[in-house]
Design a protein around this ligand. Structure first.
Ligand code: ADP
Ligand code: MG
Length: 257
């Protein structure tokens, strides 16, 4: 099974008392196992909605989503979700925050706890394991959130603007760390971002979405020479800026954010 995520004819309509919103119209795409794909596009084009559908948090109005060949019918440990806010519990230590997914699954064995400690070590957080979230910087907290997401060993990671609240330097460092980690663990990932450079530097493919109704406007395949190095390095490669301009054009050059 080479298809990690299969989105087939997905349409999402939100109905409120005031109006019905066509958040996503007829989306179709496949993410292959081990691929890193980004969704970019202006606010309101259905990016978060798409992730919520893949995560099984909302059922699409029309269409189906499969994860590793199985129909999504609700949240599953196969899918990990990481958001812009870290949602760490302030009263739990870093280790206890990182372990919470396993704890909720009832699978926090001694062995799994060792694995969490190992992940914290990989993220340079081991010596902070007994700290509380308020004692850590934003970048460190997001690294804890990444450990928490990886701890349950999901096959697919959904990343909804996980770097957008960070300062530029921290963001660049975290991009490299995330790519390095996901490659080593051969994870599949779907990233939502407003940042074109970030999408180019991190992805194998990019879908540019358009709003009203939310839909796939264009697909870009990132060339090997940009894809191979880590994101920081990728920004220096020839072709990066041309690609940036091409994608920028697809926003009409007047993206609202
Ligand atoms: P994005 O993440 O690209 O900014 P969203 O998926 O959050 O877009 O939203 C897509 C559209 O659906 C927007 O018009 C938004 O206002 C609407 N929408 C999102 N969530 C809801 C909801 N729970 N109820 C009603 N409308 C919603
Ligand atoms: Mg969103």
């Amino acid at each position: 099974m080479n298809e990690a995520v299969t989105v087939a004819d997905v349409t999402q309509v939100y109905v409120t008392e005031q109006q019905a919103t066509l958040a996503i119209q007829q989306m179709n795409f496949v993410i292959r196992r081990g691929e890193f794909v980004s969704l970019i596009g202006p606010s309101g084009c259905g990016k978060t909605t798409m992730l919520s559908i893949i995560a099984g948090l909302i059922a699409p109005t029309v269409g189906t989503v499969k994860v590793a060949g199985e129909l999504v019918s609700g949240p599953s440990p196969r899918v990990g979700y990481m958001l812009q806010q870290d949602y760490l519990f302030p009263w739990r230590t870093i280790l206890d925050n990182a372990s919470i997914g396993l704890e909720l699954q009832g699978s926090l064995t001694g062995e799994k706890k060792q694995a969490v400690l190992h992940l914290l070590d990989e993220m340079g957080l081991l010596r902070f394991k007994d700290y509380y979230p308020s004692q850590l910087s934003g970048g460190m907290r997001q690294r804890v959130a990444l450990v928490r997401t990886l701890a349950t060993d999901p096959e697919i990671l959904l990343l909804d603007e996980p770097f957008s609240a960070l300062d530029y330097r921290t963001k660049l460092q975290l991009e490299d760390l995330v790519i390095d980690t996901l490659r080593a663990k051969q994870k599949t990932a779907l990233l939502v971002t407003h940042d074109i450079s970030e999408a180019i530097a991190m992805s194998d493919r990019i879908f540019v979405l358009a709003p009203n109704p939310g839909r796939i406007h264009k697909e870009f395949v990132i060339p090997e020479e940009i894809r191979a190095p880590l994101p920081f390095e990728a920004r220096e490669k020839p072709g990066f800026h041309t690609l940036f301009r091409d994608i920028w054009q697809e926003f009409g050059g007047d993206a609202d954010e």
